[in-house]
Design a protein around this ligand. Structure first.
Ligand SMILES: [Zn+2]
Ligand SMILES: [Zn+2]
Length: 258
């Protein structure tokens, strides 16, 4: 049986407000609410997989208020993982804060939902103003080139990528948003990424305001709960609390499963 060791690696933080993170105004909308930025590393006997690739240093420098601690590749080096050793890079979706260093993993096969690529290359993506700052054109061009060179596995729904690691199309946040389920020593965990930015999104049934469809976002919550062994097996995408709910290896690295 293939089991993965899984780590959540925080590479940046930014101060924000609750109103930016929960759909619909409420009395607490003006309260401070920090967002954390992660990549995830999953290692089995046979595979080294990175889930999402964070933000590159150039884009990071242009984001007001972003506290950029390290590049994702440098963070992996601290775990004795070189970019060359990564065989798969799963991109949960193509927002800029998840694709930023994809090009650094030169030996990896990228795993992307077909509907996600289709959306970002469709007229909607240029017509909807918000999308232009959520996508990094250079990253999209790199992934399209990689696809032309046979380096992309395009998924259509649920798929086992390697033993013990599967992806699941959930949509909601973006058209082709996928979550990752991993078999680990503590059971089946789900990296929800931006299908639930914070624990509160999924635990209190309150979507994050940036979304493709509202109904899809609720359906994604249901699907994640269905495929995770328990609520404690769900890892949200931007919550600083991940580093409190799981043991820390370093101040910025949580051990999800060892
Ligand atoms: Zn996103
Ligand atoms: Zn994100």
């Amino acid at each position: 049986m293939s089991r993965f060791r899984v780590y959540a690696i925080r590479f940046a933080e930014r101060d924000a407000f609750r109103g930016e993170h929960f759909h619909g105004y409420d009395a607490r909308a003006g309260e401070p609410h920090t967002t954390a930025y992660y990549i995830w590393l999953a290692i089995s006997d046979q595979h080294t997989v990175v889930i999402d690739t964070g933000i590159g240093p150039d884009r990071a420098a242009a984001i007001a208020g972003l506290r950029y601690r390290t590049t994702p590749v440098a963070a992996l080096a601290a775990l004795d993982v070189t970019a060359d050793a990564v065989d798969h890079v799963v991109l949960t979706h193509l927002h800029y804060d998840h694709t930023g260093t994809a090009r650094d993993f030169e030996n990896a096969t990228y795993v992307i939902q077909e509907t996600e690529i289709d959306y970002w290359t469709s007229p909607w993506a240029t017509r909807i103003l918000r999308e232009s700052w959520l996508i990094e054109d250079d990253d999209l061009a790199h992934l399209q080139s990689a696809e032309a060179h046979g380096r992309v596995v395009l998924t259509t729904g649920d798929a086992t990528i390697v033993p013990g690691l599967s992806v699941h199309l959930v949509g909601g946040h973006t058209e082709g948003m996928q979550v990752v389920r991993l078999q680990t020593a503590i059971g089946s965990i789900v990296l929800a990424s931006d299908a639930s930015h914070f624990y509160e999104n999924i635990e209190d049934d309150r979507p994050f305001p940036i979304l493709s469809t509202t109904t899809g976002t609720y359906a994604a919550f249901d699907r994640i709960k269905q495929i995770a062994d328990s609520p404690d097996h769900i890892v949200p995408g931007h919550d600083p609390l991940v580093l409190d709910r799981f043991p820390r290896l370093t101040p910025d690295i949580a051990i999800i499963a060892d």
